[in-house]
Design a protein around this ligand. Sequence first.
Ligand code: KIV
Length: 283
Amino acid sequence: MAEKKLNRWDLLKMKEARDSVVWVTAYDFITAKLAEKAGIDMILVGDSVGMCIYGYDGTIPVTMDQCIYHTEAVRRGAANTFVIGDMPFGSYQIDVPGAVANAVRFYKEAGVDAVKLEGGKRVADVIRAIADGGMLVMGHLGLTPQSSTALGGFKAQGRTVEAALDVIDDAQVVYEAGAFSILIEGVPPEVTRVIRDKLPIPIYSIGAGIYADGQLMIISDIIGHFEAFTPKFVKRYGDVAGEIKRSVEDYIREVKEKKFPGEEHCYSMIEGELPKLLKALEK
Ligand code: KIV
């Protein structure tokens, strides 16, 4: 378990020391608690909750209320961990005051340490306003799932000179707008390296290579819980889906074969009560 909750200055020191920050997503109390016990540095309550928990095709339908419920549960499970609330689609696109109000909701109702939102130049004013409100904002660039339709699908980004320069440019703008760190998704490692070396804030990767200041993975991917598809950048460390399936199959079989419940799973009547009951039933 982490000795103490990290803060932005610890994260900066870790960047300077080239000590990788390791983080995962989580959406519920128990998983957050287990991740904290395992020693995770940070937790993102991602809008990937839409796919991993609600069974949506993407993140677009996810609402602010859903994000607040899940973030609040994670906060309770991991009181000692830096928790980031993910601003869902529609919570920061309409106007700047609305975006600030939604960031405030994450802080007041779910006790987050930071919020994250997707986009570069087009969201610079939102990042600035949230940061000016005294809150920590993480940028998210590259393959940004909320704009996957505009990007032509869940495709790697920054693979040509022009596209790479665009991501690097966006990172500079997001930094200047006041982001305390940036998550880069689905871009070649060399592009991440340029950004990491250029900017004095922590630069994290999900599918953006080894040169970042830390790595994020979706918990449902690494534990082998989410089976619909697996991006190239995911490594599986477990088979939770297989274990759930096996457990439920064993349970079904044992009930059908009258092997469960056994005596050890039953309550006995209080001493002397059974004969009295039988007698009562005779009347
Ligand atoms: O919602 C999420 O989990 C995310 C990751 C895909 C980076 O934003």
